[in-house]
Design a protein around this ligand. Sequence first.
Ligand code: SF4
Ligand code: SF4
Ligand code: SF4
Length: 183
Amino acid sequence: MALLWLLIFAGLCYFIGTGLARLGNTKNHEDILVDRINDCLPQTQCAQCDYPGCRPYAEAIAKGEAGINQCPPGGDNTIKALSELLGVEVIALNAAHGETKSAQVALIDEAACIGCTLCIPPCPVDAIVGSGKQMHTVIAEDCTGCELCIAPCPVDCIELVPAKPAATAWQHPAPRQLTQHQS
Ligand code: SF4
Ligand code: SF4
Ligand code: SF4
């Protein structure tokens, strides 16, 4: 009788263990897919895709909830990369999300800045430095040109200027194929 209980217990452990392992593998596969999609996105975190950042958009694409043509900063390069990665057709950028622009960075007119700090919270990459009632400045190397700091400025002292190639222009990463990450 004791042997029978031992066999039943061992069998239960086996089924629970293999079930958990399968669950873990599935989640891992989904995470890998999101990572690979995210690799195709320019990481400006501008939210023009209607998601709060690049990774949330990648998660929506992975779930089939978003199209591959909603990222204006990535433009045609991103669409092509996503089409290759996911095996779907290249389509045109959805103009409702904006247009693709050249790389740009924010520049603060420090003489006009009143130090209100309102531009700091919207910046998704912490590229603005300064403290209350003191002039603020943008760290060009960190700025993605997302434009999210422009509207909050009450004195319109932030403008966007063309980025120097070495400063902010992101290079589109070649998407690595999903299969390469399953090994
Ligand atoms: S529009 Fe593109 S760059 Fe901007 S947050 Fe969405 S995926 Fe990222
Ligand atoms: S400084 Fe402005 S444009 Fe640059 S990343 Fe921050 S919010 Fe975007
Ligand atoms: S929002 Fe404009 S005025 Fe206020 S700290 Fe930023 S740059 Fe200066």
